[in-house]
Design a protein around this ligand. Structure first.
Ligand code: CA
Length: 230
């Protein structure tokens, strides 16, 4: 039974969601503010966190940053407004997905299941284990889920790892936006075209010496991106 941590300060909303999610076979713990959320996460290590952005005290974005700095647990962010800024901020600080209120329990359940499916990853068989790839000082080892940049280990959230792995595996070649989206998100890609750019920007922050003048992850205007092989 997947275990969820629901972070929502409004009791009526939280109780409604809890009942609906439990009816769908999830075990739900409820935290009513950010501090309680971090404590509950440390104590119980849930399979996924449903995190309201608007919380009293410690905000949802702070909670997301705090937990993301220490864990890859999937985080689904709930936002009150359909504001692009919320979505972009949510993805930049490491949320896996977001939903805009109001939404139905059915929609929420579908989204949670999709994230859990993605985060559990493809079933590995010995044949499927790939050799590490390396280009331009960046080494990606899928089998060990490890990235080295100029010899130093770098921790990446799952989508960024997949995106970097895809780029490095195709080093020297241009990957179109659609190819990258297909490889990394597949049919689970949602939202607008900004999602890819947000992830590229975050990756550059991790693998480039100067993210404002990227050398490794190059933009090919109007087409997509290329990982420079030398
Ligand atoms: Ca709220």
């Amino acid at each position: 039974m997947p275990r969820l941590l629901l972070v929502e300060d409004e009791r009526s909303i939280a109780e409604g969601l809890k009942v609906g999610l439990e009816a769908e076979g999830f075990q739900v713990a409820w935290a009513r503010d950010g501090a309680e959320a971090v404590t509950a996460w440390e104590r119980s290590h849930p399979d996924l966190i449903v995190l309201d952005l608007m919380l009293p005290g410690m905000s949802g974005t702070e909670v997301c940053r705090t937990i993301r700095a220490r864990s890859d647990v999937p985080i689904l962010m709930l936002t009150a407004r359909d504001a692009e800024v919320d979505r972009v901020v949510g993805l930049e600080i490491g949320a896996d997905d977001y939903m805009t209120k109001p939404f139905s329990t059915r929609e929420l359940v579908a989204r949670i299941r999709a994230i859990l499916r993605r985060s559990s990853g493809p079933v590995g068989t010995p044949d499927a284990v790939e050799a590490p790839v390396e280009a331009n000082g960046v080494r990606v080892d899928r089998a060990r889920h490890e990235v080295l940049v100029d010899g130093a280990a770098v921790e990446l959230p799952p989508k960024e790892f997949e995106l970097l792995a895809t780029l490095v595996e195709h080093a020297g070649r241009v990957m179109t936006r659609n190819q990258l989206i297909d490889e990394v998100w597949g049919s689970d890609y949602f939202g607008d075209t900004k999602t890819l750019d947000v992830h590229i920007r975050r990756l550059r922050g991790r693998v480039e010496v100067d993210p404002r003048a990227p050398v490794r992850i190059q933009t090919v205007r109007g087409v997509g991106y290329r990982f420079a092989d030398a």
